[in-house]
Ligand binder design. Structure first.
Ligand SMILES: Cc1ncc(COP(=O)(O)O)c(C=O)c1O
Length: 402
């Protein structure tokens, strides 16, 4: 297709069921409901809906959001602690901009959201993965790592983490570690940038408390978005941070010039929220994504029993460990030939030597029967690639045969 004519980011590949994209199921995007909310907002606010907006975002949205956030995560967020952004990605870029200087060390969870790397690298910071184990970030060893950099004369102002229904692992950081991390931030002045993108997509039990809700003010900048619960095309998200940080955001030059960054959409979202449509929509979306998750997991258990993964309690992703001696780069071309694709695990690590035996599967964008077929194809690809890899390993020169 002529790229000048492109409308959307997703590029389909003929014959391939692509589990690589963390995008929503198209039919869950609320076209009619959003159109109704748009009309409601325009009628309610008339010309004020279409002029330059208040710097931090329009009052009706911020008030709805502060109340809504506290209804499922007791952070006691005040309207003065909210800044409306163009999504969580924009929130991260803004936070990195305000918190870091070129040459600083930015700590990141590992594995973590791969597209956070270029956003942080835009600031010319050095990205360093923190020590982790099977429960996620290890706060004690993270404190030691930070200390080593500081002793070497480096600034370590920020850590980025997705602690809830993480991309790519789907995991939640345990409560004790949440408490230890916010304590580390309080003691050292490290600011934790908490990417809370998947909080609302909890399928089995409520999401754990955010770091924002557990921390003293000033320790955590929390990023939120409606990209996963309503629609990514709205480019609507927010930062919750202490009021002084929000004031720094509102006085940025381009905000002064252009006003609030997503005014009309935020007012529409306020109408969508106030009418109850949001709550109903999110409940429906949660049910559907849980069914999709279960379809992919059920399919893999049947068709690919030698893959190892745990069931994510929320979010959009399954983090899968391949059986030895398979690596993701060996599997990818074979999977392609069988008509299925995924993201290779190494993409989510700072150092691409890690995660080579892992793959990330997104269950968000495809209906249950397609996910079951993807699992069947992946099972075939794993068997075929594994047989090839085993033959190759056995025929390595110098290898003992017995
Ligand atoms: C962890 C995480 N953060 C941020 C984003 C992007 O969010 P937004 O569309 O609100 O910029 C994604 C999307 O995949 C994500 O997985």
């Amino acid at each position: 297709m002529d790229s000048r004519a492109a409308i959307i980011q997703y590029v389909p590949r003929p014959g391939i069921i692509d589990l690589g994209w963390g995008h929503p199921l198209p039919e869950l995007l609320p076209v009619e409901l959003w159109s109704d909310a748009g009309q409601t907002a325009l009628r309610a606010h008339a010309w004020q809906a279409l002029t330059y907006g208040a710097a931090a975002g329009p009052g009706p949205f911020i008030e709805w959001l502060a109340e809504h956030l506290d209804s499922y995560d007791q952070g006691n967020t005040k309207p003065s602690e909210v800044f409306v952004t163009n999504g969580a990605s924009h929130g991260l870029a803004l936070a990195a901009d305000l918190l870091t200087e070129p040459g600083d060390v930015v700590l990141v969870d590992s594995p973590t959201y791969h597209l956070a790397f270029p956003t942080i690298a835009d600031r010319r910071a050095e990205i360093v993965a923190v020590p982790t184990d099977d429960q996620g970030v290890h706060p004690g060893r993270t404190a030691e790592l930070r200390e080593r950099f500081v002793r070497a004369g480096r600034r370590v102002p920020m850590m980025y983490i997705v602690p809830t229904f993480a991309n790519p692992t789907g995991r939640c950081l345990p409560q004790q570690r949440r408490l230890e991390l916010v304590d580390l931030a309080r003691r050292t002045g490290l600011t934790i940038v908490e990417d809370d993108t998947y909080r609302e997509l909890a399928y089995d039990t409520p999401a754990p408390p955010s770091l924002w809700s557990l921390a003293d003010r000033g320790s955590v900048v929390r990023l939120g978005t409606v990209a996963k619960s309503v629609a990514p095309g709205l480019r609507l998200g927010w930062i919750t941070a202490e009021a002084g940080f929000v004031r720094r955001l509102t006085s940025l030059g381009y905000v002064n010039s252009g006003g609030g960054v997503n005014h009309t959409t935020a007012l529409t979202m306020a109408a969508f929220g106030a009418s109850g449509a949001y709550r109903r929509h999110v409940s429906a979306v949660r049910r559907r994504y849980a069914v999709q998750r279960d379809a992919l997991i059920g399919g893999l258990r049947r068709a690919a029993p030698d893959l190892r993964f745990s069931t994510p309690a929320g979010g959009w992703f399954l983090w899968v460990e391949l059986p030895e001696p398979l690596t993701a780069d060996m599997l990818a071309p074979v999977a392609d030939a069988h008509g299925v694709a995924f993201v290779e695990g190494a993409r989510f690590f700072v150092d691409s030597e890690h995660g080579r035996s892992c793959i990330r599967l997104a269950f968000s964008m495809l209906p249950p029967d397609t996910l079951a077929e993807a699992a069947r194809r992946l099972g075939q690809a794993v068997r075929s690639a594994r047989a090839d890899a085993t033959v190759a390993a056995e025929s390595e020169p110098g290898r003992e045969r017995g």
